[in-house]
Design a protein around this ligand. Sequence first.
Ligand code: HMG
Ligand code: MG
Length: 302
Amino acid sequence: METRMNASNHVRIVEVGPRDGLQNEKALLPAAVKIELIDRLSATGLATIEATSFVSPKWVPQLADAAEVFRGIRKAPGVVYPVLVPNLQGYERAREAGAGEVAVFTAASEAFNRANINASIDESIDRFMPVLERARADGVAVRGYVSTVLGCPYQGEVPVADVVRVARRLHDLGCHEISLGDTIGVGTPVKARDMLRAVASEVPMSALAVHFHDTYGQALANILTCLDEGVRVVDSAVSGTGGCPYAKGATGNVASEDVVYMLHGMGMTTGIDLDKLIETGAWLAGRLGKETASRVTRARTA
Ligand code: HMG
Ligand code: MG
């Protein structure tokens, strides 16, 4: 692909299905199935698999078995397995289970943060400040998520300036990578491009990732536009699992199979074996008892 801003043809996919996908599925999968999922994903060539999250089990019962899952997975050489943590308590649980990379999260919208983590943006950052300090001392890399970058289920429009401010803050605080999340999947390509451009004027593009949910079917178009701007890290979930409990009708992340199919079709590399990914997605849909959200997997397994 001809991109204006980045000559590299390689895209790193951050597979978030075991965390972002499963946290919002109605079906509660046993830990053994989650472990098998991650082990299968590890064999596809993925370099980054977000394995689980150490949040309050009262808030996210689907991932209450985080420690068991993290301990149970086979850590494949060359693959990193970050986990989500909301606060120091989560960080300590994650480290005890053996996690070597973590992710913290906040949003560009105050109303969304209140519903998701019962805190304002500033309070959420205050909560994970000690996480960043400890992580620095422990040599643990920290990813930062900014949610609702293209719209909020409560306040609607989210000013780009708010996204830039929060992303910049996380980067200044030491997050090595900032994932820009269209949590409810309402964004469209020109808005996605403008938002990414604005953030990239304050945070290096090499430290940015994009994270699209596919509620309105815009995710691939948005990703393509962002690749054109130079982003080379894309979050996605095998089988397109998930949703958002605070946004009615919101669907899961864009399916990893569909992103990889598009990238390979454009001559870009991911290091991922698409056939193995499709197999894993079809297997997961079976375990969840639902049809896969991946168009590629549907086409290939029809
Ligand atoms: P709270 O109730 O305000 O917190 O929750 P608290 O500090 O008052 O603690 C309440 C209870 O939770 C206490 O237990 C704590 O010990 C416990 P109690 O005394 O009542 O028995 N607790 C914990 N337990 C285990 N692990 C922990 C932990 N922390 C506190 N880490 C809190 C605040 C942040 C904890 C809660 O709101 C929470 O866990 N929220 C998580 C919500 C969540 O995971 N949302 C989804 C992730 S974000 C996302 O998906 C977006 C993303 O994908 C990007 C995108 O799409 O845009 C990243
Ligand atoms: Mg998400």
